[in-house]
Design a binder for this molecule. Structure first.
Ligand code: ADP
Ligand code: ASP
Ligand code: MG
Length: 452
């Protein structure tokens, strides 16, 4: 039996946190493979550094100090010597990268710089485990063969290549009882790092679970599990005991930050259950996410929010009767490889929900269409998509009406609805300025204090 255990930034963010994590790993009876994020704050630091490489010497010093201080807090002099044998070459490689003029011109330079945090947190945890008497090896995505494809800063894993490589590069360690601690967040494309988007270590861990044919994936974070809403927006959000893959996938995709948007797919494919657990309270049971779960008599199970979106509405006479024109429009938009969060059509309009940052490039593409195709384009910026999941939400008559009544109470206008596109969620769009009130009112009425 194999368990893949992923620890997020706060879970490896201090000497105490690392020691807590080492204990969690030691308590796991199955064979285990560990995946880690960078220490909290480090990736943000590296993003700023990649954007402004000016003070690189100072930045490297700070980076070095943070990791060395943490190590020397836990390791004794002899263990520290062993640690330095791996730390120094990794740091030298990082320094070389920052002064390599050619690397800086590479479109994947920012991926390379921002992926550095995981290389050092994995080293730290591996040595903390060794200090506890556990045989462990720190492996980078390069060592393992986690292959990626796609554009800078938004890679996807090549699952089948990764599975073959990990069978060769990682499985032998398990057979010898050695615990591999692997870098999250990035894979390798043509020999250079490609990151999976912010928060991507969850996805890395799911890719590793898929590749290792694991029996369980555990995502260890800083909350008790998957909750009924983002606890920063709704402080009385409650922990959900059980979810199915579809529900978790929709909520993660539409903004529930506890899981990277694409975490579910690699484990769903192989029916590997996923647990979300709190590394600060390991005794809490967490949330189990798997194929089937018992239905519950509840309206709303969880609600997530995706902000900073825009609606691009394209009008043309009787567009509904010209599907080939809709196809042309979609093809143009797709040339930019942007994500379309929702599409809705009427007789003469087709509307797309996209990220605010993608609007400009989409408009440029649409301008290239034959002018006869399009009569008018209207853009509404700064809207948010609310994704509501619940057993009775889509099946019980009149329920969506109740939801929209609650939205009205928040004085929000519903700008777009996609009902029926998913079999687990009801998604709708409201102005960003009202979205927090919408979520709070929905939660209070259907999960919190006023719930039936
Ligand atoms: P990690 O560093 O462990 O990956 P993240 O900060 O990426 O942790 O994700 C955990 C955070 O996600 C929580 O602290 C919480 O604020 C936020 N969050 C947003 N939506 C949810 C939700 N539905 N359930 C639980 N946490 C959520
Ligand atoms: N360290 C990366 C980030 O901050 C990946 C992760 O934490 O999952 O985005
Ligand atoms: Mg995360």
């Amino acid at each position: 039996m194999i368990t893949v255990m992923k620890f997020g930034g706060t879970s490896v963010g201090s000497p105490e946190a690392l020691q807590r994590v080492a204990k969690i790993v030691m308590d796991e009876k199955n064979d285990k493979v560990v995946v880690v994020s960078a220490m909290s704050g480090i990736t943000n630091f590296l993003v700023s550094l990649a954007d402004n490489i000016g003070d690189k010497d100072d930045a490297v010093k700070q980076f070095e100090k943070k990791h060395l201080d943490t190590a020397s807090h836990i390791l004794d002099a002899k263990q520290m010597q062993e640690f330095m044998k791996e730390f120094t070459p990794r740091l030298n490689k990082f320094k070389t990268l920052l002064s390599d003029e050619n690397a800086m011109k590479d479109p994947y330079f920012k991926d390379n710089v921002t992926s550095q945090g995981e290389r050092f947190s994995s080293l730290l945890l591996s040595h903390v485990l060794r200090a506890e008497g556990v045989e462990s090896v720190a492996l980078t995505s390069e060592d393992c063969g986690i292959f990626a494809e796609g554009r800078p800063l938004s890679g996807s894993a090549d699952l089948s290549k990764t599975e073959s490589a990990m069978a060769m590069n990682v499985k032998p360690y398990l057979r010898k009882g050695i615990v591999p601690v692997i870098t999250g967040f990035y894979g390798i494309k043509d020999g250079v790092p490609l990151t999976f988007g912010r928060g991507g270590s969850d996805y890395s861990a799911a890719v590793v679970a898929n590749a290792m044919n694991a029996d369980l994936l555990e995502i260890w974070t800083d909350v008790d599990g998957f909750m009924s809403a983002d606890p920063r927006i709704v402080p009385d959000a409650i922990k959900i005991d059980e979810m199915n893959f579809g529900e978790a996938a929709e909520l993660a995709y539409f903004g529930a930050k506890v899981l990277h948007p694409r975490t579910i797919e690699p484990v769903r494919r192989k029916h590997i259950p996923l647990k979300v657990k709190n590394s600060f309270s390991p005794e809490e049971p967490g949330t189990i996410i798997h194929h089937l779960r018992k239905p519950k008599d509840e309206l709303l199970r969880s609600v997530a929010v995706k902000t900073d979106l825009s609606i691009i509405a394209i009008s043309s006479a009787e567009i509904a009767f010209h599907p080939e024109m809709v196809a042309r429009i979609i093809k143009k938009i797709a040339e930019n490889e942007v994500v379309i969060y929702s599409i809705s059509t009427s007789l003469s309009t087709v509307a797309f929900l996209v990220h605010n940052n993608d609007v400009k490039s989409i408009l440029l593409k649409l301008n290239a269409l034959e002018s006869g195709d399009i009569e008018r384009i209207e853009v509404k910026n700064d809207v948010a998509l609310v994704c509501a999941v619940g057993d009775n939400l889509l099946s019980k008559c009149g329920v969506s009406g109740d939801i929209f009544t609650a939205v009205k109470e928040a004085k929000a206008n519903v700008e777009m609805i996609s009902e029926g596109a998913s079999d687990v969620s009801l998604n709708f769009v409201v102005p960003m300025s009202r979205v927090i009130d919408v979520v709070r009112i929905l939660h209070k009425k259907y999960v919190g204090e006023d719930a039936p």
